[in-house]
Design a protein around this ligand. Structure first.
Ligand code: SF4
Ligand code: SF4
Ligand code: SF4
Length: 432
């Protein structure tokens, strides 16, 4: 029985259970879906419908908000009125695996993506939904503008990747994704469909991917090395583009029924904000930077913070899973260890010289400094060495010269430079 506001548990009549009618999600009409296949079959609930559905007592032995537990719990441990709160916890390790966002190809005018005049241009992710039995077309591949099965399908790779106007880097996953899409099409529709794959280079590193590429070629998919021109429409409204085919040394015009864009992997819009929150370093693109690209790929410059997956850079599922497991193991090792190993290269703070200006507090990305008032009334900064990662930023910023870095004092660096030049001089003027 649901308890209504202001009502005592004892007064709630039992027969009120299940007295709210279930809400069935409405469906898009077939006509609407044929006109716009991007629509899902089932619509989401409206806000009012969702509220009504949520107010229904399920009475299913899970929590039906009958509040009987309050009456029976002798320890008085149940509190139904608890509200959502923000909790601050001190933790020993953090794994940051915030993923990626898809590049939006509508910012490249030549592709006309999301242009209502060009509905037959979709992304690889949308193709995945189209061919999924739970997707908007219940797994049937159709041309959005006609509702008919496509005959000629063009896959265009590197959309938003390896392009100095958008992202210089290779997104790593999309060649294989594109080959997989071509394979699925040929496997399902055979000679009923012709599949063209336009590529800059085919990059199929990864177990079994080169074999899939070869298999897909044998199935009849045409791989064309070239970048398609602007997508346009002819007088009959048919979409087309040109591409130079280097194998036959000719510019060819193609009239596909459906175009699938393989889009780049990008960092989330708020990736830099998240990096600031967790004290991580970001690349110019917004991917998080590891401690060492080869030897410490999931560790960061800050002890106890690990990164995994696409927030670190473009990656495929296999490598994401491996990185996630590695990061979790590093975190577990840290938490289960009684001793923490630390680099001996840390800042050295001279309190005598410090003038208490606070510059080091603002400079240190790891929060290693605080300002303290001394017994004589002077204000000085205080260094918590365990938090220091030895980046050297505070030593450069301190206006009083009160900070040095152990093993890298000015005198030591000068001595290294002098020695290096002395050796060079010795080499240039060998003793007779
Ligand atoms: S993986 Fe292939 S499609 Fe993706 S950006 Fe690299 S070369 Fe282009
Ligand atoms: S920046 Fe230098 S002088 Fe200023 S508080 Fe820090 S250690 Fe002291
Ligand atoms: S060297 Fe200075 S700025 Fe860098 S982590 Fe240590 S205390 Fe912070």
């Amino acid at each position: 029985t649901r308890i209504r506001e202001g009502e005592r548990i004892e007064d709630a009549p039992l027969e009120r259970a299940n007295d709210v009618k279930r809400i069935k999600p409405s469906e898009e009409s077939v006509k609407a879906r044929l006109a716009n296949p991007k629509l899902e079959v089932q619509r989401a609930l409206t806000e009012d419908e969702a509220k009504q559905e949520a107010s229904r007592c399920l009475y299913c032995a899970n929590c039906g908000v009958c509040k009987e537990c309050i009456r029976t719990c002798e320890a008085d441990a149940i509190w139904h009125e608890e509200e959502t709160t923000t909790i601050k916890e001190k933790v020993g390790a953090i794994v940051i695996a915030t993923g990626f966002k898809n590049f939006d190809p509508s910012i490249i005018p030549q592709y006309h993506y999301k242009d209502p005049e060009y509905p037959d241009i979709i992304t690889g992710i949308e193709f995945e939904r189209y061919t999924n039995s739970a997707g908007p077309t219940e797994g049937k591949l159709i041309v959005p503008s006609t509702g008919k099965k496509p005959k000629l399908i063009a896959l265009i790779n590197c959309v938003g990747s390896r392009d100095l106007n958008y992202n210089e880097y290779c997104s790593r996953y999309c060649c294989t994704a594109s080959i997989k899409h071509a394979y699925l099409l040929k496997n399902k529709y055979g000679s009923d469909v012709e599949v063209l794959n336009f590529y800059k280079d085919i990059r199929t590193f990864g177990k079994g991917y080169e074999e899939l590429y070869n298999k897909t070629r044998k199935m009849g998919v045409q791989f064309i090395k070239g970048v398609p021109s602007d997508i346009r429409k002819d007088v009959n409204g048919k979409i087309f583009f040109d591409s130079f085919n280097i194998e036959i040394d000719k510019n060819i015009r193609y009239y596909p029924d459906l175009i699938i864009l393989q889009t780049a992997m990008e960092p989330h819009d708020d990736a830099k904000k998240v990096a600031e929150t967790f004290g991580l370093s970001c690349s110019a693109e917004g991917f998080y930077i590891e401690k060492h690209i080869k030897l410490a790929p999931v560790e960061t410059a800050s002890a106890g913070k690990f990164i995994a997956g696409a927030c670190r850079g473009p990656i495929d599922v296999t490598d994401s899973v491996a990185q996630g497991a590695a990061a979790a193991l590093y975190a577990a090792e840290l938490l289960s260890s009684d001793v923490i190993e630390k680099e001996s290269i840390t800042a050295k703070h001279d309190e005598e010289i410090c003038i208490g200006c606070g510059t080091c507090i603002a400079t240190c990305p790891y929060g290693a400094y605080t300002l303290i008032e001394k017994e004589d009334g002077t204000v000085k900064s205080s260094l918590k060495e365990i938090l220091c990662e030895g980046c050297g930023a505070c030593a450069v910023a301190c206006p009083a010269g009160a900070i040095s870095i152990k093993h890298y004092t000015d005198d030591q660096i000068k001595a290294m430079i002098e020695t290096a030049f002395a050796e060079e001089k010795d080499l240039q003027s060998p003793t007779p």
